[in-house]
Design a binder for this molecule. Structure first.
Ligand code: FCB
Length: 459
């Protein structure tokens, strides 16, 4: 295994009000798939299809967080983080995705938010992290324009119940993943393989984001509002004109397809040309709604992407270390990405809302010595520091993930947690990376007492 490309500076200092956190999502940790009136999500249904999840597993129990939430909140607090990013399972609070609310589900999130505040941790809520109510999918799901308005109602319902205590509300997590993996490649729920559908889904996700933002603002909420995108620098495999064109198109589909409408109110012309008849159906006023100003932009970063015209490029050929997902360890790509976002679009304060790595962890005598994860996190935090030093308005960083959890189509085999979960007993064991993160944050706090506030508007 190669060393990370940049030496780690454990003494690097961040602004005092920089928001440090950990992240999870509802479907990946909660379990309790049928408990207390919860309806099925598209992932509950997807997991039932033979062969789609690598280890044949599902989210029925996951980390059983629904029943162990107070213990997990204690774990979060023990890390010394300022923020916890979690998502609400829409079908848990509104089983059919419209109409009746499920009070037991709402109570769960109420206790979660109060439990965080009681422990001095700020709640960062995500409304949609992949688990759409299956009842809405049966009516067409995100491909159906009506789902946009169902989402706005859901957003307002959550604001009414929790909004007074939230630091931030994210509308959607990773619209590219929902659109492309879920509707074009068929690798994620709902498992469709149709490009035009995927493009329309992306449009509806963006539109529902903009309209939900407007509706939430109308309530006078104090929660900061934004979206979370999975972005990466796209490098061409070679300097050939063909590979560079492939990289440009890939950049258009992953990065500019989301950044241009959110910040300029238009889709990129080259991607529209490429899509041809598979382009989105856009109604009057949609683009203006999508470009509704945000309080923050969240970025999930795991690795760079490399494009080649014939699709031949595979991670591993570059000699860089790979994670257990087969993703290159490429921390400087995070700095490159953040600098580019700041240069090319009028971005609000930026948060890394997910960053982390799966490795083959072993629990031995009650310890997990995950030195590779420690190195990964330290190098990526340093990369954020580099962006900050070059003027990028960075406001926070969150580790993916608090717990080992259900890694979508990879099932439970891929472990991203800084806390190990023994799925047979549900026992939680903080890995070395959790201890490292806690000590890193402790040092930041100690240094911060002597430092001015410099982060931009933390939420
Ligand atoms: C992101 C997802 C998150 C997790 C990580 C590894 O794409 O948002 O739920 O699966 O990848």
């Amino acid at each position: 295994m190669n060393a990370p490309e940049r030496p780690i500076d454990p003494h690097q200092r961040f602004p005092r009000d920089f928001v440090w956190g950990v992240a999870t999502s509802s479907f990946q940790i909660e379990g309790a798939a049928n408990a207390d009136g919860k309806g099925p999500s598209i992932w509950d249904r997807f997991c039932r299809q033979p062969g789609v999840i690598a280890d044949g597993s599902d989210g029925d129990v996951a980390c059983d967080h629904y029943h162990r939430m107070p213990e997990d909140l204690d774990l979060i607090a023990s890390l010394g983080v300022a923020a916890y990013r979690f998502s609400v399972s829409w079908p848990r609070v509104q089983p059919a995705g419209q109409g009746a609310w499920n009070l037991a589900g709402l109570d769960f999130y109420d206790r979660l938010v109060d439990g965080l505040l009681a422990r001095g941790v700020k709640p960062y809520l995500t409304l949609n992290h992949c688990d759409l109510p299956d009842a809405l999918q049966q009516c067409g799901g995100w491909a159906q324009r009506d789902t946009v308005f169902r989402f706005v109602d859901y957003a307002l319902g959550m604001q009414a119940r929790l909004g007074d205590r939230l630091a931030a509300i994210t509308t959607h997590n990773e619209p590219w993943v929902i659109s492309t993996l879920g509707h074009e490649w068929g690798a994620f729920a709902p498992g469709l393989k149709d490009r035009a559908t995927a493009v329309q889904v992306a449009h509806h996700l963006l539109l529902s984001h903009g309209l939900a933002l407007q509706a939430l603002r109308g309530t006078g909420t104090r929660a900061r509002l934004g979206i979370v995108l999975n972005l990466a620098p796209i490098h061409a495999a070679t300097a050939s004109a063909e590979d560079r064109a492939a990289a440009c198109l890939e950049d258009g589909r992953l990065v500019r397809w989301y950044m241009d409408p959110l910040f300029h109110g238009r889709y990129p012309a080259d991607v529209l040309d490429y899509l041809g008849t598979a382009g989105p159906r856009v109604e009057a006023g949609d683009m203006e709604a999508i470009a509704t100003p945000m309080d923050f932009l969240g970025i999930n970063y795991y690795s760079r992407s490399v494009a080649s015209a014939d699709g031949s490029w595979r991670a591993g050929g570059s000699g860089l270390a790979l994670t257990d997902m087969g993703w290159e360890v490429y921390p400087s790509g995070l700095t490159e990405l953040l600098l580019r976002l700041h240069r090319d679009w009028p971005v609000p304060p930026l948060y890394v809302k997910e960053n982390g790595a799966a490795f083959r962890d072993e629990l031995v005598d009650g310890r997990v010595h995950d030195a590779e994860r420690v190195a990964y996190l330290a190098a990526h935090i340093a990369a954020v520091g580099d962006a900050l030093a070059q003027g990028v308005p960075m406001a926070g960083y969150m580790v993916w993930s608090l717990l080992d959890n259900f890694e979508w189509a990879s099932g439970y085999a891929k472990r991203f947690g800084i806390v190990h979960v023994d799925y047979a007993t549900q026992r939680r064991t903080p890995k070395d990376s959790a201890h490292w993160y806690r000590e890193f944050l402790q040092r930041q706090r100690e240094a911060g007492r002597a430092m001015p506030c410099k982060a931009r508007e933390p939420g």
